[in-house]
Design a protein around this ligand. Sequence first.
Ligand code: ADP
Ligand code: MG
Ligand code: MG
Length: 862
Amino acid sequence: VKRVYLLHEGNKDMKLLLGGKGANLCEMAKLSLPVPPAFVITTETCLEYFKEGTGNLPAALNYEAELKVLEDDTGKKFGDPSNPLLVSVRSGAPASMPGMMDTVLNLGLNDDIVQGIIDSTGNERFAYDTYRRFLNMYSDVVMNLDKEPFEEVITEIKKKKGVKLDLEMEAHDWKEVVDRFKKLNPNVPTDPREQLRGAVLAVFRSWNNDRAIRYRSYNGIPDEWGTAVSVQAMAYGNMNDGCGTGVAFSRNPSTGENKFFGEFLPNAAGEDVVAGIRTPQPLEEMAEKWPEVYAELYKYQEQLEKYYGDMQDIEFTVENGRLYMLQCRNGKRTAKASVKIAVDMVKEGTLTQSEALLRIPANQMDFFLHPTLDPSADKTLIGEGLPASPGAATGKIVFTPDDAEAMANIGEDVILVRKETTPEDIHGMKSAQGVLTALGGMTSHAAVVARGMGKCCVSGCTAADVDIAGKSLKLDGLELKEHDIITIDGSTGEVYLGTVDRRSAAEDEDFQTVLKWADEARTLKVLTNADTPEQAATARSLGAQGIGLCRSEHMFFDPERISAIRAMIVSEEKEERIRHLDTMAVFQREDIKGILKEMDGLPVTVRLLDPPLHEFLPHSIEDVQALADTVGKPLSVVQDRVAQLQEVNPMLGFRGCRLSVVYPEITEMQARAVAAAAAANKKAGLDPKPEIMVPVVSTAKELRLIVPRIQAAVADELEKAGVKLDIPIGTMMELPRACQTADQVVGTDGVEFMSFGTNDLTQSVWGFSRDDAIKFIGRYQEQGLLDFDPFARIDEEGVGGLIRTALEKARAKQPDTKVGICGEHGGEPDSVQFFHSLKFDYVSCSPFRVPIARISAGQAAA
Ligand code: ADP
Ligand code: MG
Ligand code: MG
């Protein structure tokens, strides 16, 4: 087995083996770009390491020959004080996981070698600066020592000296730092080869650090991949003012504008830009300072973008006026940028329409449905930073990721305020509506991660004085405390006091273009789950082609209506129940009329009453008393009835079609309401297309009992109105038994369609309670028992397997059975792909997921 590759032995298509970073380094070298020589240890070797479990490098791994090539190419020698080769040891997974794993830079130093560098270059500051960086990183990454004391040393010496920036530190200051670092950790090995082994091991191990694991589970990256390790000759950005380092994007990753964009830091090393140590300068300044280097970089970014056919994110370092390319990859971008870039690239002829459609991160498209700041709103500007990730958010200030998470869990909108963010802050960023940082540029961790998550972010708000421990943010002469409200605009970088009015970005022209592409490509219809005329109108404006799930019980949640349904539920006799049902019928009919009108000409699937009855019951004694008054019965009688209706396990209890079995009059009322509403609309010249759906079916016998009743009620109602209408009847498939016997469920007694209720189906297949699973699903994911939350994304194997069975049986019996899905999964891109592959007729999702489902369905067909 080949475990080690030189750059000329690999290429960009070898990501799985060489990691994204390694594969792209190979490709850049192949294109004759100036890449420092390197070799790459394969991801398979990393897996071998984990499998052997000895804690040592796999015995068969040997990179001496390749190290020798690096020495020959650079004319330097690893471990030779008179002309030392230093290397970086870089992690790199098959999928980009920015900042999640570890890298050690400037490896190959010890006291003698540092002295050698001083003797040969005369550049003492460079030698000690490089040494302190190495000691710091090695102690942290390889030896797992706490970073804090190391940072304190630097802070202390800066304070003593009265300076703020690394740049202001002189040779003897860095020497003092080095001396104190060596006291903090006297155990850094002095043998460069031992250092190298240690660093390679550390990079392997970093595949399984907590933040990498969390990142993978959040981004659906398999745990089985492993990381590659690139060992590369160092390029020095920290020698003098003729050096520097930077990050560039071939287009603006925030707005998508087709303009070369980036930041650099003179006299600094690579990690300084990403870490947000100083706020970097825009590339335009580099263009003035070093026009030739800039021109060269400009040429490469153009070349790389053309070659990869996608926007590139590039790391580079300039050593004494010489440019080195250290990394390229398809750049992370905001939702807005991804859409603009895709549309522009089609216009430029770089991509075809379907290629461009496939580039759209469907999941992030809800950005366009979330508001941006209303330009005419009243607002008080209190600060300005960089527009790191667009969108606007209002929320209460929190200062730690844990607080953000805790507040989000109780439903609060928060803005996470940090000096800078690190990968440990991810869960807080995920919970927050937006992120504000004092330090860091457009390419800082906060910015990159926020863009990836589609979260709005303002970074580099340097006027902000953030005191995490004291939970205070000083800005514009104000002192804001935890839970004070601010608004941030990640599209402009502005920070405002309090709440600012926002509006939707759905009209964005490029976004509309992408939706049009998707609609042209897709074969799946996209319907919506809507229970009110307002929701129906919203969904229709977002492109819904009908309603796949209209939950009839949701029409009774209003305070004035709930008393009607409560009275019906506590009724003891049929006559009494029918009386209350008559009251309900009026609401029901009027609502359905309104919904049918909003969706005129499109199907509206009304589901019969489903939830456990006790969900509607009053809990407080006052409410029970009020109910007793309404129905004119003694309190104790109503209390008894309420107690009777309590269930131990309501989700598996008296719900769905079971209600129809026991109380046929409820179903009759609902069927009549649907028919009457449709008839009225029809008479008014409209084109109503209602359908009726029976929930929680487990045996076809339930349908044989219920469907004829629905048909009779509908026929009677239509006849009374003198209207001819076809009202198809179908069933929800949300219990394993119904799926398993789908050939009995459809095709008899006029059951024309089936709609998979994947929320309940997931619950009943896994035996996970939807309402309680949140307590353990996270742990399941952390420990690799689940790659994702099956309530969010369809479990293709288990739940999906059962769906396949149901489809086969149903289609064998009645080939033209209309098939849809109406769970949360209907708006989740991977699940939509799956339903497309099973040739579903439609997915139905909540109104604001409709555009996402349209794009996903288009991608599935593209
Ligand atoms: P990450 O995946 O976190 O970006 P990298 O391996 O890219 O980690 O390295 C971290 C930083 O160190 C980057 O800024 C990179 O450009 C810089 N770096 C890596 N290798 C070298 C090298 N051989 N010479 C100079 N800088 C380097
Ligand atoms: Mg990098
Ligand atoms: Mg259900």
